[in-house]
Design a protein around this ligand. Structure first.
Ligand SMILES: C[S@@+](CC[C@H](N)C(=O)[O-])C[C@H]1O[C@@H](n2cnc3c(N)ncnc32)[C@H](O)[C@@H]1O
Length: 292
């Protein structure tokens, strides 16, 4: 962080280091505050005090790739870029994308036992949105469940929209290839049925097959921007995303989700994201589960 002074610095070395001796540029308070303001304004993510090391380590590689020696120089570069490509790249580096297949399993149990039977009885098409889908594990988990639950899966009007702000994770999601470590969260029956195992010299890669893949549409969307989708959706997963936003941004988002859902539609949020202050018109069903 700004005030951090490497032990190996010495005044007699003069004004030499923009880099410390590990080759990492230092991040001073002014630059950190500027970065957090830009990020907050652009995508609602709050990088509060305490996140300095995270920002510094996540952006260091980017600075290196660009051949930029200091955060001050980097910020000038970001601001001068009229295409906003570097702003996107910066946001890409700073998002937290932790996810896994069938994460927070209670939602998938609820989807299977409560939501899908109702929607089956209704009999029309089905629209689900995974908002903040990261590298695709969430929407592919939903797609596998739909395939299990809807026997005429191939011929039915089932669609999942999966969006994220990060182009980097969306590229991984579209590619649909996962390492053994990520695939361990997939039940073995599903692994055999919905993945192909690609053995390379060094590792095993699990590649999602066409059945789940063909009903998922990935798109880049900043939740803070105007949404092009008209809806309505039957279920919206927005899990472990709003946790990075402040209450007013959460409230706005939740209201917009409400407007896009069918009556009786569900909003599922991460288990650590209580919507106590932001649930608006939604009715609470069970932890992290709301109904319109
Ligand atoms: C921690 S991951 C959660 C992934 C998945 N929903 C889950 O629960 O496993 C949060 C995701 O939200 C995305 N995100 C953060 N801010 C966003 C924004 N303003 N618009 C769209 N996506 C955003 C991040 O890029 C990241 O991939």
């Amino acid at each position: 962080m700004a005030t951090e002074k490497p032990a190996n610095c010495d005044e007699r070395f003069g004004n030499i280091p923009a880099d410390d001796f590990c080759g990492k540029p230092l991040l001073n308070l002014k630059d950190f505050l500027q970065i957090s303001q830009i990020v907050y304004k652009h995508c609602g993510i709050r990088l509060n005090s305490g996140k300095e090391q995270l920002v510094r380590s996540r952006l260091t590689k980017r600075l290196r790739d660009l051949g930029v020696g200091s955060f001050d120089e980097y910020l000038k570069y970001v601001k001068a870029d009229k295409t906003a490509q570097e702003l996107d790249a910066m946001i890409d580096c700073l998002t937290t994308n932790k996810t896994s297949f069938f994460r927070e399993e209670h939602h998938f149990n609820f989807l299977r036992s409560q939501i899908l039977p109702r929607l089956k009885r209704r009999g029309s098409g089905l629209r689900i949105w995974s908002a903040g889908c990261s590298s695709g594990e969430e929407p592919y988990s939903i797609a596998m469940l739909l395939s299990e639950e809807f026997p005429g899966f191939d011929t039915m009007d089932l669609k999942i929209l999966a969006t994220d702000i990060s182009s980097r994770v969306l590229a991984k999601a579209r590619c649909g290839e996962y390492e053994r470590e990520s695939a361990r969260d997939v039940p073995s029956l599903f692994l055999a049925k919905y993945f192909s195992l690609i053995q390379t010299n060094f590792s095993a890669i699990y590649r999602i097959n066409d059945t789940p893949r063909k009903i998922v549409r990935f798109a880049r969307l900043n939740l803070m921007d105007v949404w092009p989708m008209k809806g309505p959706f039957d279920v919206i997963f927005c899990r472990n995303v709003m946790i990075y936003f402040d209450t007013s941004a959460q409230r706005n988002l939740v209201q917009k989700f409400y407007e896009l859902l069918n009556p009786g539609g569900y909003l599922l949020v991460g288990h650590s994201e209580s919507l106590l202050e932001s649930s608006g018109e939604f009715k609470y069903v069970q932890p992290a589960t709301y109904i319109k």
